[in-house]
Design a protein around this ligand. Structure first.
Ligand code: UFG
Length: 330
């Protein structure tokens, strides 16, 4: 069944990949994005409304103009260190603005909602590091807290209104790109490991750092669960189908359930690029967990999610392909 989907933040990295899959699957999509970090050219085949989710009047008018059947909410701020220095920005963009959007959903009777949450809600992770949705939440920065607060608002709303159902997807470390080279992770100030390493490979930066080589892990560096953006995008479509089939509200981890260390990732970037760039071992970065890996069983069981792109090499190849063409993008 065709859905009319509002995608906030659809001009951004993850949102733009989801929009492409939605359009390919025959859904009608309206992207709502203020283009603060997104790019017009990343909205390949959908209608784009340039607006801020915090502009409740404009958002409300967009709901009135279009009869949405579902909302996917990607718009938000995502840089952990920035959230520590500018927490208000994070509570406004990630929490208050979500309220404005949810208020529109209630008033316009839109009852299917998919939310971009984060593994940052787990803070330093569980005792073993692998976390399920029932592991304790304990975010250690405003970014994680601002997202967790929105999860709580969603839970309260769905309890108060039996017609309203949401899926909050807790993303682990999203990487890779659409193989076309048209969509990927943009933005000049990269902080994410794979993007930073690719910039070092391409000479955009002179070297890169390993933040902490003295963790209690096999090679001393941090371990993360890297998930290809295309598999993550597919989880959103699976979530939409699940809600359409009267599934009830869920919070679900999005990862593969296996981890790679910083050294393993760097070595794969060197292999894929063929460049032996300079790597410096530095101090640990504040707030980094040694090991954070998903237990993704619920996502697989409930949504029948079947990931196809678990291969780290292909993840890095697609990201490298995008990074090489980034200067030619409008
Ligand atoms: N790292 C380096 N050097 C770098 C960048 C990163 O050594 O230049 C290391 C980090 O210390 C960490 C690992 O690489 O051990 C991954 O770091 P990223 O910055 O790529 O990603 P994070 O794990 O810190 O954060 C990501 C998302 C968050 C999300 C979190 C949840 O960016 O939004 O995963 O796991 F909350």
């Amino acid at each position: 069944m065709k859905e009319k989907v509002l995608v906030t933040g659809g001009a951004g990295y993850i949102g733009s990949h989801v929009v492409k899959l939605l359009v390919d699957a025959g859904h009608d999509v309206v992207v709502y994005d203020n283009l603060s970090t997104g790019y017009r050219s990343a909205v390949l085949e959908a209608k784009l409304v340039v607006g801020d989710v915090g502009d409740c009047e404009k958002l409300d008018a967009t709901f009135s103009d279009e009869n949405f059947t579902a909302v996917m909410h990607f718009a938000g701020s995502i840089i952990v260190p920035e959230s520590v220095t500018d927490p208000i920005k994070y509570y406004i963009n990630n929490t208050t603005n979500s309220l404005c959007l949810l208020d529109c959903c209630v008033r316009h009777g839109v009852n299917r909602f998919i939310f971009s949450s984060t593994a940052a809600v787990y803070g330093m992770g569980g005792e073993s590091g692998s976390v399920s949705e029932s592991s304790p939440v304990n975010p250690i920065n405003p970014y994680g807290r601002s997202k967790l607060m929105t999860e709580w608002i969603l839970e309260d709303l769905s309890r108060s209104n039996s017609n309203f159902n949401f899926i909050a997807l807790r993303y682990f470390n999203v990487a890779g790109a659409d193989p076309s080279g048209k969509l990927g992770q943009r933005g000049p100030e990269a902080t994410h490991l794979i993007k930073v390493a690719l910039q070092a490979a391409l000479g955009v930066r002179e070297h890169m750092e390993i933040f902490g080589a003295d963790y209690d892990t096999p090679d001393g560096t941090g371990i993360r669960d890297y998930i290809h953006v295309l598999d993550l995008a597919q989880a959103h479509l699976d979530a939409l189908s699940y809600l359409r089939d009267d599934g009830n509200s869920q919070i679900l981890n999005c990862g593969y359930g296996r981890g790679f260390s910083v050294r393993e990732v760097i070595s794969m970037v060197k292999q894929v690029s063929g460049v032996d760039f300079k790597v410096i071992e530095s101090e640990r970065r504040a707030g980094d967990a040694p090991y954070l890996v998903a237990i993704p069983d619920r996502l697989e069981d409930l949504l029948e999610w079947r990931p196809k792109y678990r291969d780290l090499k292909w993840m890095i190849e697609t990201a490298y392909n995008f990074e090489q063409g980034i200067d030619q993008l409008s």
